[in-house]
Design a protein around this ligand. Sequence first.
Ligand SMILES: Cc1cc2nc3c(=O)[nH]c(=O)nc-3n(C[C@H](O)[C@H](O)[C@H](O)COP(=O)(O)O)c2cc1C
Length: 328
Amino acid sequence: MKEEPLSISQLYNKGKETLEKQGVTKWFPPDSNIEGSAQANRRYLDSLFFVPKFFDPVEVDTSCTILGAKLKTPVFCSPLSKTDFLPDNGLAEIARGVGNAGALMMLGIGSSKELQDAIDTGAPVVKMVKPYRKTELIYEKVRDAKSRGCKAVGMDIDHFYGRLLGDRVDRTEVFGPQHTEELRQVIAQAKLPFIIKGVLSVSDAEKAVELGASAIVVSNHGRGAIDFTVPSMIALPGIVDSVGNKVTVLVDSGFKTGNDILKALAFGAKAVGFANSMLLAFAADGSAGVEHLINLLTAELQRTMAATGCPNLSAVTGAIISQAPTPG
Ligand SMILES: Cc1cc2nc3c(=O)[nH]c(=O)nc-3n(C[C@H](O)[C@H](O)[C@H](O)COP(=O)(O)O)c2cc1C
């Protein structure tokens, strides 16, 4: 009998089981006992419901262009970096799966070789540069990314104050707050679309626009930056209202399904990022697992777009969402 392909939850479970067998139960960020923004984001996503429109069926097209890259689906692999359990070619193999599924790959901190290997798979690649205290390193990394053919570069500004690991902060000696005028120079000299990642307030979004960014990622770094920042899905609509017609607004942190993607698109995001989910899919079945995950996310997105009467991404609006009544 032919085996049924794995569903989204089966793929995640297989990835978790595979990692557990290797002794990996927690990776990034390690848990603390605090229920923070990630859980609040999940609760909020789960309180949003679709308003169906079953009559007048539509054919659905999820294609889009993000940062100049033509994609089959509004999905990106959020910036990833090498982590202990990934094999040496792990990031490139994730990029291969991402590219095969017609999505966008983003890489975070890491070497030029990792970046080149990912680009060599043919996937469209974006490089996210850290807010290094050594400013020259920022310019160097941006130049390197441009010379290798990245579609865009960016910076995760939510690591200005170091990286949060559970309830411990590290890398404060390496990463630091960037002077606004210096950032303006970095963005101007990049001569590539520049993304500011880690935006959670209207004021940071407006500043990013003013500094010349082409895109922002509304993100809380998946609990890797500051605890109890406003959850990305809650911050998203206000940010879209203020800068959505000036920059491409992307979002990540805690998204797991195709329906999650549609909720974020309905709130004005142009594409949705997945990091931990990509790692699970890779652990489950290498680059084929990553490709399968994105295809499953896209299939669920398409099905619910059809059921809410949206033939393409520009037809998706807040009107397809109904919010759960608040208790009490
Ligand atoms: C192993 C790992 C490495 C990461 N490295 C970076 C990085 O270098 N730069 C960055 O901006 N974000 C980095 N992130 C954060 C992700 O890009 C993303 O914002 C976060 O994990 C939330 O998405 P998720 O809930 O889908 O995992 C990393 C995440 C993981 C899991």
